[in-house]
Design a protein around this ligand. Sequence first.
Ligand SMILES: *Cc1c(COP(=O)(O)O)cnc(C)c1O
Length: 429
Amino acid sequence: MPELRQVNLSVEEIPDKWYNIQADLPEPLPPPLDPETGESRIANLPKMLIGECLKQEFSQDRWIPIPEDLRSLYAQAGRPRPLFRALNLEKRLGTKARLYYKSEFYSPTGSHKVNTALAQCYYAQKEGFERLTTETGAGQWGTALAYAAALTGMKCTVYWVRAVYSWKPQRRNLMKLFGAEVFASPSDKTEFGRKLFSKDPNHPGSLGIAISEGLEDSLKDPKATYSLGSVLNHVLTHQTIIGLETQKQFEKFGDYPDIMIACLGGGSNFGGFTLPFLGEVLTKGKKIRFIGAQSQVAPNLQGEYRYDFADYAEMTPLLKMYTLGHHLNMAPIKGDGLRYHACSPLLSFLRHKGYIDTIAYPGDEKKVFGLMRDFVRAEGFLPAPESAYAIACAIEEAKKPENAGKAIAFNISGHGFMDMDGYDEVLKF
Ligand SMILES: *Cc1c(COP(=O)(O)O)cnc(C)c1O
């Protein structure tokens, strides 16, 4: 037999529960707080979040069952996804480390975000909603929600930061093909948006403005609910499907990771990939080094551990997290999904306790994309620009003499088929 290059699971082996690490933390997570002035953000949460998601946000249950119909949707989305051994890349690098990568690039929309989008649409529909509203920055979240809405027979409205809306027509058209309404934000559809739009129809917009529009839209329509794609506990819990599959796959490989790496913007793919393993570190004494790969334009894991808002417009409660400040201006990068000012409270807490390391790469992305090219030429899969950060970090770790003999696992959060222009700008084909 040639050496094993891939382990996959059968459809029956799709996990039937998500892992909620809150049950295994050494002490409870610091709770969300209200700011000293203004209306209560915490009291507003039930209006902002889907009921089941809000329940999961604070749940202390170790395991949260995945409903059968949702497991079936996961199968429809192509789960489980293979864990590959990067034999070609190992050879190309001449490393003595064993490299493994998880293939979220097989997602129908191009990112891991479908894992929570499907869950949120499923619950929203159960609770009687007919429409989901959201904002999107890079476009991956809006596309994932548009896809999930289509599969569950829901309507979907996406407010997309105008500056990005204008230069990503392909992703915009994909959302529309899935049946979503897509508006450049600020738009003339909401009161908040109209104030800015009427003064400047070419206003470039921002994530904060788009969030405000999405929230206003959903609050005004009793049949609509708002949906968030990263940062929050329930989103990370949904994403643990990635790590739970990976655990079973490592068993079948007869190996166990010494180092685990994922890119980290708000933390959902990093958390999804690592939390089940972090649980084993907390409860079973396993030793794994976890590294979040970031950009120097938004190295939030190197920020301060303190209470901050999760959004620009200050509509969320204050969350205790590593933050660079919620009004930080971040230079544009192609790995746009990594441009977020803070890291999810769950992962921030674990970093504060010493479990998570980080590295941040230069904003010109030449180094990251250069290393990504080695991966593409060896393994043949085209990663999303964000995922290239995890690949770059894994390659650098594999080259370190002290990591000879170690197993290094990295998550490839998405594919880059809609990002070739960005790659061209940096790599100059
Ligand atoms: C959104 C996105 C990210 C960053 O978000 P996280 O919540 O940190 O995972 C990374 N990779 C891809 C492909 C994305 O779409």
